[in-house]
Each structure stands twice: as C-alpha cells, then as structure tokens.
Design a binder for this molecule. Structure first.
Ligand code: PEP
Length: 253
C-alpha cells in the first residue's frame, strides 16, 4: 500500500478568520486519506487551525522554528512553543527561508535536531536553483545539502524526517518539473540516504515533490515510485485544488 503525505504550505497567507473558514471548507471534503493530509500555516493561525481541525484527522504544522529553546531572539518562535500547541509538522529549510532569511545548512541541521528531540516531524526542503540545473549540477548540489543537513543525525532519527525535493525554478512559477525529472531527483535523494545510512532507512523515508503541483499534474507525479507525496504552495490555498491533489493520492493507494 502506497503511503503519502500531501502537505499544503500556506506561506504568508490567510489571517486567523480566513484560516478557520478555509479549514471548514477542507473538512467538508471528507478525505478518505485525512491522516495523510496536512496544512502548514503561519504561526498566528496555529491555535485556530488546531481547534478547527479537531477530530478531522487532518494534521497541521508550522513553517519555521528557531533552534534555541528560549532567549533574546526577538520575533522568533521556539520548539517548546510549537510543542505546547501540539503541531505535527514543521517545515525546515524552505528555499524562501534560505534565500531571504539567511537560513543555512548549519541552522537547518540544528533545527532538525531540536524538532526530532521534541517529537515534531520536520519537513526538510532541498532543491537546486535554475542556474545550478542549467550547469547540470543538481545532484551534486542537493547531495551536498543532504550531507550537511543530516550531519550528526542518527539512522533512527533520520527516519523521522520527511524530505521535500523542491527545485527552486519550479516553485510558484507554474513551471513543474516533469514527472521524470522529479522522480530522477527523488530516487537520487533516496540513494544518497542509503549511502549515508542504509537501505532500510532509505526505503522508510517519505520523499515529497514540491513545485507547482496541482490537480492536473498530481497523478503523474504521485504515481512515480520514489515520490511519496507533495509539498504544495499555491494550490494549497484553494480548497478544491488542494482536495484534488489529496484525492489523486487517495486514488493511488
Ligand atoms: C512551496 O512553496 O513549497 C511550493 C511548492 O510552492 P508552489 O506549489 O506554489 O510552487
């Protein structure tokens, strides 16, 4: 039986009241695979979304966290704060955070470790820019990110991390990687993880594809062997589109 994770990354969208209304719309879809559906929302929406999702089976999470537990870090949010809310997931290393907010492989690595310790599942984003892909260096680049991001993480803990392959050139551009390009990179990532750990770890990992996934291309991406779901930006903001992707995953079970 295929297992999937269909995770919607809302980015900096939806106020708390908009979030509540959206979750009501989503719940009305009555997903057969609700446990494999998640929404990753702004910090200010977390409590509202938690309450609105109660009993639905749909999971929720944050989009970033600080690696320190507390202290003089104005504007930041810590893992204990997320733990108390009860989030299931936290996105780490999204390309927008790497590009605009100085996220580095070193901070990504620290964040992964504290999240795992707290029992929150990290969704680690990796992926190359257009410039790197045009040079044919996507595998070297993503392989390097994985080695740095998993530094000092045990095999047992590695299995607790979801990896999202997100080619930067396909995020929010409407330009999707072809199913073959996406599968090639997701299979490559699984191979890197096998090399760093072992085949059992590699096989147990959920590896998602992210980059302009929508209902019209979800099936062909999700039916690929090494693609275990999607991290979805734009299409996760519309209940019908997000449900269309979740339904495509459910149909492949
Ligand atoms: C993302 O932000 O993780 C993403 C994949 O965005 P989009 O689906 O809009 O390309």
């Amino acid at each position: 039986m295929n297992k999937f994770l269909i995770a919607g990354n809302w980015k900096m969208n939806k106020t708390a009241s908009e979030a509540k209304a959206f979750i009501e719309e989503l719940k009305a879809k009555n997903f057969s695979n609700a446990e494999e559906v998640a929404v990753l929302v702004p910090f200010t929406d977390l409590y509202t979304v938690k309450d609105a999702l109660a009993g639905s089976g749909i999971k929720f999470g944050a989009q970033n966290v600080h690696f320190e537990a507390s202290g003089a870090f104005t504007g930041e949010v810590s893992v204990p704060m997320l733990s108390e809310i009860g989030v299931d997931y936290c996105v780490i290393g999204h390309s927008e955070r790497r590009e605009y907010f100085n996220e580095t492989d070193e901070t990504v690595n620290k964040k992964l470790k504290v999240l795992i310790e707290a029992g929150i599942t990290p969704i680690l984003c990796v992926g190359e820019s257009l410039e790197v892909r045009e040079k044919g260096e996507e595998q070297a680049f993503v392989g390097g990110q994985l080695v740095a991001d998993f530094e000092g993480i045990s095999a047992k803990d590695a299995t607790k991390i979801v990896i999202a392959y997100e080619p930067i050139w396909a995020i929010g551009t409407g330009k999707t990687a072809t199913p073959e390009q996406a599968e090639e990179m997701c299979a490559f990532i699984r191979g890197v993880m096998e090399g760093m750990y072992d085949a059992v770890v590699a096989e147990s990992l959920l590896i998602l594809y992210g980059g302009s996934m929508k209902p019209s291309n979800a099936k062909e991406l999700l039916e690929k062997e090494d693609i275990n779901g999607g991290l979805i930006g734009g299409a996760s903001l519309k209940a019908d589109d997000f449900a269309g992707i979740a339904d495509a995953a459910a149909a492949l079970k």
